[in-house]
Ligand binder design. Sequence first.
Ligand code: FAD
Length: 371
Amino acid sequence: MGGLNIKVAIMGAGLSGLACAITLEKYGIYPTIFEKRSRAGDRFVNAEIFLSILNKPVYDAIAFLGDQYGIYLQPTSHIHSLVLYSERQKAEIQGHLGFCNLRGRDKKSFENQLSRQVKSQIIYNSKYTYEQLAQDFTHVVMATGDADYAVKMENFRTDYASTLNGYNVSGDFNRYTIRVWMNNRIIPDGYGYLVPVSEKEANIVIWYPKYPRQPDLNYQALLENFLQTVSAELQQNFTILEHFEINDYQIGICQNPRIGNTYFTGNCFGSITPYLGFGQFVAILTGIYAALDICGTHQYSNLTKPLRQNYENSLVLRKAWERFDNRQFDRMVNFFGSPLGNKLFTSGHFDVVKLASYLARPWIRKRKTIL
Ligand SMILES: Cc1cc2nc3c(=O)[nH]c(=O)nc-3n(C[C@H](O)[C@H](O)[C@H](O)COP(=O)(O)OP(=O)(O)OC[C@H]3O[C@@H](n4cnc5c(N)ncnc54)[C@H](O)[C@@H]3O)c2cc1C
């Protein structure tokens, strides 16, 4: 690989930046990674998930990343059961549904696992701006986990801003079970979830879009109320270990994944699915894809086309979600609890999000636009 004249800067040592570096190294290119924090994953610890139903046509994201791209990740557990709650219904889906993993300071976090696989230099406490890097390097990979630069460069369409408000709690948990609540009385327009960190710790989180039509919601009160709901369901009193809140998390997508020799990856690309706010898999993929383009084997714009389409499909589902009342959530949960619903969740390659987004399009057209 003729990487002699190529000098790559990666801005951000998170999922997309590190996946990009590992892939470049396989082709003999050693980038310089600039990270603003003092080490990889230097933030609160939280549990995140890979949900197979969102990553179609890929079924097992962890196996896929290892087999196809040599990106090796160890999740904390696989997910064997997803329990869904609406106002009046509860359903359990069982099967191989995905994985739970850690993020942040923990040494088993995905950032830390990836940074141990990287041989290239990582410059911590970096204060370099994009403009400075663009002067000194032939290629710059934007992997900062936010859309700030893409917005500044007028290369990002923001669809909405969201907030995550959650607790890390101690209690007794089944590490193979995640729980999701969809109930407008508890979390209007959003949803709440419990994801285990271990048998003794879990994250209890509410995720909600910030819409101007709901300026007066007290989100901390919503979280407290949600904690009580979970506590009652699991018949436990949890001990709160840590509180975390991410505000104004931009959900949107860049117009051009590559401008000149600058690549937008991870959340800078638009990896977060508007429907549920998941972005890990696409973040890693875009990092890999940018590297493949820099190495000259593929074109980034072509590789990211299906990801853009998935984003748009997911946005349709978010718009449908906005129009759901609690009765419709009840019906949805009921359906997913049925044998057919279970099958859709666990079927190998069938793209449920795509199908649902096509079915939802005429339905949302009939209703007033909210987003
Ligand atoms: C609380 C929370 C829960 C989530 N849960 C899920 C989930 O369950 N499933 C899922 O799939 N997704 C989830 N997501 C989304 C997922 O975490 C992100 O989509 C993914 O991490 C994005 O990867 P990235 O590489 O773009 O950014 P990150 O992995 O966040 O990395 C960005 C890196 O860039 C660094 N950086 C920032 N600015 C600069 C700068 N100016 N210079 C140098 N470095 C900089 C940061 O310090 C950081 O290390 C969640 C997000 C949050 C916040």
